[in-house]
Ligand binder design. Structure first.
Ligand code: MN
Length: 197
């Protein structure tokens, strides 16, 4: 069941992360990209599919250049509430480090099969999905393509060549701060350590 790994890996007495529930977020599915300053900095892409946030860790973050293929390593489903989570996970907890909501918004499924829209959960299971993101920093079509089979298969995240494609933009470096609070990773870390005093 979605979310079992997520709960099993966390001690909710000791992490500020949401425990989560079930259900859906509303009419349009949501996506979030969380910058995660853990043992190595990465960007967690999460898409609402089938009542949970399907998740990938993208070491370099998303590109707006269609010629750049970004490695996306699948990680465990997260509860929908996680899309708003920003804060510090204690170092002794799974995924310990600072989390910043780097971008978020809604998305449309644009995956087609035999000329018809393919349901998102099927597209995800088949390892090929096309989505149109409506974020503040990231928008337009993206392909997520699984590159192998088995539990440890990786995926690629690739910008589709549409009006939002732009090889000159590099939002990961030019727009580093939170769309939720305007804070930087360091400011979030500092704010949380002040809370503890
Ligand atoms: Mn992460």
């Amino acid at each position: 069941m979605a979310g079992d790994d997520y709960e099993a890996r966390r001690d909710f007495e000791h992490t500020p992360e949401p425990r989560g529930g079930t259900g859906t977020s509303g009419e349009d599915p949501v996506f979030v990209i969380q910058k995660h300053d853990a043992s190595s900095l990465h960007y967690d892409l999460r898409l609402e599919i089938d009542g949970a946030l399907k998740s990938w860790a993208v070491p370099k973050g998303p590109s707006t250049d269609p010629s750049e293929k970004r490695l996306a390593i699948p990680t465990e489903d997260h509860p929908l509430d996680y899309a708003d989570f920003e804060g510090v996970i204690p170092e002794d907890q799974y995924g310990g480090g600072t989390v910043l909501v780097w971008d978020r918004g809604t998305f449309d499924n644009i995956t087609e099969k035999d000329g018809e829209l393919q349901p998102l959960d099927e597209a995800w299971k088949n390892g090929h999905l096309l989505v149109e993101l409506h974020g503040e920093k990231i928008s337009g079509g993206y392909a997520l393509q699984r590159t192998g089979s088995g539990d440890d298969a990786n995926w690629l995240l690739i910008k589709m060549d549409d009006d939002e494609a732009d090889a000159r933009r590099n939002p990961v470096s030019t727009e580093p701060d939170s769309v939720l609070s305007g804070r930087s990773i360091d400011e979030i870390a500092d704010d949380e350590s002040e809370d503890d005093e």
